[in-house]
Structures are given as C-alpha cells and as structure tokens.
Design a protein around this ligand. Structure first.
Ligand code: NAD
Length: 473
C-alpha cells in the first residue's frame, strides 16, 4: 500500500524519479503523462484448496507501457505483494527495457502468497491457475506479454507457466517464447539464472572504473580489494556476491531474514550458502560475527553495499548510519526517496536499480529471441569460426615457425558457445548502457545524479517511439 505517514510509497518513488527527469525534457505534457501512466491493470482472485483449507488467492498483472510489444516483466510471489507494488515494478521495467535497448514495454506480475506456507504441489496449482487467468484475458503470449522470474519464483514456476500456456494453445509454434527464465530443457537459455547478478557485477565494475567519480567518494578506481556487504542471499544477491568476489572484492557481510554475519577478513559466499542449506541459517558461520537484527548488517563498515532483497530497506531511519560509499541497487527500490536525499547529501554514490539489475531482462530478451528462432545461439557459427581461427593461427605459426602447445591452441581457436554469446551480449549491454547514462549525467551539470540521468535516457527513447507513431508531435 502507498505510505500515508508522509513517506512516499514505492510507485510514488518511481514517479518521483520520472518527474525529476521530466524537468530536463521538453516533450509535450500529454506525452509525458502517457509514458508515466500504467496502461493496463488486471486483478484476479481465485480459489485454491490447500492444506490450510479453501483459500482465495489474489494476483495482479500490470502492463505499464504498450509503446512496444510484447510487454515484459517478472512474477513475484510474496505475502506483501499488492497492486501498488506491482505497478511500481512494472513502471521500472518500462524504463529498464528502454535503457538497455530491449524492445519491450514494461510489465510485472505478483501473487500474494508466502511460498514457504505451501507444498510444491500447491505452488504448482496456484501457478497454473494464475497462468490460466492471464490466458483468459490475453495477458500472456509471445507477442503480448512475457513473464519471467522475480522474488520468490524461479525456473520451476516458469516451466509450469510454459506448460500451461502450451496446453491451452496446442501446436502454437512459438509457445516457448511466452515466458523466459525457463529451465534449459524447457527452452531456457544458458546464463539466465545468474544473469541479473552478473549484470550487477558488470555495472558496478564499470562505475568503479571511473577514476574521477571514485576520487570524489574517496575510493581508488577498480573493484580490487573493495569491501562489500550484500543483503539477500537469493538469486540476485548470491550471484552478485559471487561475481564481485571473483572480480577481486572482499565480501565482508551478508544479511538474510534470520540475521546477518560479518567478517572483515572476508566470507566465502559458496561456503555460506552451503552452511545455510545445512543449518537453515547463515548465523554461526565459522569465523564470522552474528548480527541481529539482520538490518544492522547494512550499517557495518564497507565500501559497497548491495541490497539484493526487497524494496524500502534503506529508509530515513537507517540512511544516516550507512557507512558504505557506494550503494549498488541490485534489488528493485531498496532505497526510499527520503533515504536517497540523506545518502546523496552525505556523498554516498547510488548506482540505480533501473540500470543495475537490467541484466535479467537483457538475457531474457536473448532467450525470447532463441525461442522465436528455434535454434540454439552459437549452433550455426561455432564450427565455422573455429576452423577460420585455426587456419589463421596455423598460417601465423608457419610464417613465424613457432608452434603453440595444444591446450593454448585450443583455447585460442575456440568458437563461441551459447554461454559465451550470452555473457558477451550481457557485458556489452551493461557497458553501453552505463556510458549512455553517464554521458547524459556529465553532459548537463544540473542533472543531480545517475538515477535522474538514467530516467532521462530511458524517457527520451520511449518518447521517440511515441513520436514516430505520430501520436504526439
Ligand atoms: P530471491 O527470492 O531469489 O531472493 C531474495 C532473498 O532475499 C531471499 O533469500 C530472502 O530470504 C532474502 N530476504 C528477503 N527479505 C530480506 C530482508 N529483510 N533481509 C535480508 N534478506 C532478505 O529473489 P531475487 O530473484 O534474488 O530478487 C531479489 C530482488 O532483485 C528483488 O527486488 C527483485 O525484484 C530484484 N530483481 C530480480 C531479478 C531476477 O532475475 N530474479 C531481476 C531484476 C531484479
């Protein structure tokens, strides 16, 4: 629900960013209003018999923008899900897709359940029924609206969505493209599971390479030896932590539901995950200090704080105590508008969600393309590339009379597999988008921050779409 105590709700926060950016644009008011408004909102309530008796489940699908088709956005399962939250998340998707140049309108779905209260069988029935409700109103389809995983959902739920859709439309040749984030065997793509976390790493790395900005916040350029705290060890948080660690960072703190752990010498993220699987808690991890309540972990000393759980985690209450110099928004909406003002006044650099977690939708786009083309990425070109590299290398070896060891030769002539292409496309996307936003930011001294610059960049692209349709002058 929107907050009523003077603090802004999530959707108002997103619209505040929009309004801030709109001040730097000269489009007609009607056009801006059209871009800002949610185009379609669908609410469903359906009954399900569970171990708790008969329950009425509430769900939503919001299509924020139809300026491009299909719409695209994840489905969230959480007890706090509301129409207001889904609208905010759908709006963010519109700007996110525009930023990373994926040709989709923004959408989002939500089902108001705590997945931990249900058996897998019950979650399957809820997922299939929710999908059937979307089908009834034409709110899902390869060219209409394409869901993906979000908080509380993953490949398993996407497989059920695909299977339900395919059984309603037997013979529809493009049915696999009705949802992304599917398991590989169901038409998924290599690298989608880790895509959002990997994208967070690429975006953060790019930001940290800007020497001037790093100097401003008192850090040396690059990720090497930066200390990091991560909130949420789920899909996005785990992968972001893993790739940042591989990229040279030291993960000093992790916060989960049950509490936090902190070790200034560094934490092995995989070992923490294994410990949590075994003991059902990250607490009591060998060598680390336990922190309770969990939210106190965010206030510990570090260079980079990565909130990767839910929205509204950094508020006016804890923002004054955040010690990080960079807040990297891996989750959607983790910093409230009031907290953003406090952090910015204290010189904390925020890398905004609308850009930083766009890796998921980027690789979902690759999966959608793969499904529509009915061929694995890399299948057509890999061998051809490999033999071309082999011939070039052989010529160089012959001319220089230098013969490489077989292992080295194999690594050089290797043609691109699906995972190589996905990761290369993701890296390219995150770097290109960062520099588009950065140029916008540095191009006008009045633009206060990276978030406003990101919204300006996205809004310009969306406005052009409407103008090219001739709807607005
Ligand atoms: P997830 O369900 O896989 O993981 C979330 C984790 O956060 C869980 O382990 C949960 O226990 C933990 N958590 C929840 N509340 C917490 C709290 N108060 N303190 C500490 N830990 C807490 O979800 P996810 O897919 O990783 O999504 C996380 C965020 O990233 C969400 O905001 C989501 O919208 C955003 N996001 C996800 C994707 C994606 O591809 N999955 C893409 C873009 C953005």
């Amino acid at each position: 629900m929107p907050k009523t105590n003077g603090t802004l709700g999530f959707f108002e926060n997103v619209n505040r960013s929009f309004d801030r950016a709109a001040r730097f644009l000269t489009y007609p008011e009607g056009l801006l209003k059209q871009v800002r408004t949610c185009n379609s909102v669908y609410t469903v309530h359906f009954p399900i018999k569970t171990q708790h008796g008969y329950e009425v489940i509430s769900g939503w699908r919001v299509q924020h923008s139809h300026h491009k088709a299909p719409c695209k956005g994840g489905i969230r399962y959480a007890p706090e899900v509301s129409e207001h939250e889904v609208k905010a998340l759908a709006a963010l998707m519109t700007y996110k897709c525009a930023l990373v140049d994926v040709p989709f309108g923004g959408a989002k779905g939500g089902v108001q359940i705590d997945p931990n209260r249900y058996t897998p069988d019950e979650i399957e029935r809820i997922t299939r029924r929710y999908t059937a409700e979307l089908i009834k109103k034409n709110f899902i389809g390869p060219g209409v609206d394409v869901p993906a995983p979000d908080y509380g959902t993953g490949g398993r739920e996407m497989a059920w969505i695909f299977d339900t859709y395919a059984s309603f439309y037997p013979g529809q040749i493009d049915a696999t493209a009705c949802v992304t984030g599917k398991p590989i065997t169901q038409g998924g793509i290599q690298g989608r599971v880790e895509a959002t976390g990997r994208g967070v790493y690429f975006g953060l790395r790019e930001a940290c390479e800007q020497a001037e900005d790093m100097k401003r916040i008192g850090l040396s350029p690059g990720l090497a030896d930066k200390t990091v705290i991560v909130q949420g060890l789920g899909n996005v948080g785990y992968h972001a932590a893993k790739f940042c660690r591989e990229g040279g960072c030291r993960i000093v703190g992790i916060a989960e539901y049950e509490g936090g752990i902190y070790n200034p010498r560094g934490l092995d993220v995989d070992a923490v995950l294994a410990h949590r699987r075994e003991t059902r808690s990250i607490l009591d991890f060998p060598g680390a200090e336990n922190i309770r309540p969990s939210s106190d972990t965010l206030e510990r000393e570090c260079d980079i704080l990565i909130p990767a759980a839910l929205e509204n985690q950094i508020t006016e209450a804890n923002a004054p105590r955040i010690q990080a110099k960079i807040v990297a928004e891996a989750a959607n909406g983790p910093v409230t508008a009031q907290a953003e003002d406090i952090l910015s006044a204290r010189g904390v650099w925020i890398i905004p969600d609308v850009y930083l977690n766009a890796g998921g939708v980027t690789v979902s786009y690759f999966e959608w393309l793969k499904n529509l083309s009915h061929v694995n990425l890399g299948r057509m070109g890999k061998r051809f590339e490999q033999s071309a590299f082999d011939r070039i290398l052989h010529t160089v070896e012959r001319l220089t009379d230098t013969w490489l060891p077989e292992a080295e030769r194999r690594s050089i002539v290797h043609g691109a597999d699906e995972i190589d292409l996905v990761n290369s496309g993701l890296e390219e996307t995150m770097i290109t988008a960062y520099h588009q936003i950065y140029e916008e930011w540095k191009g006008d001294a009045r633009i206060p921050d990276l978030r406003t610059a990101a919204f300006i960049s996205a809004m310009k692209k969306i406005a052009v779409s409407y103008m090219e349709l001739g709807i607005f002058p």
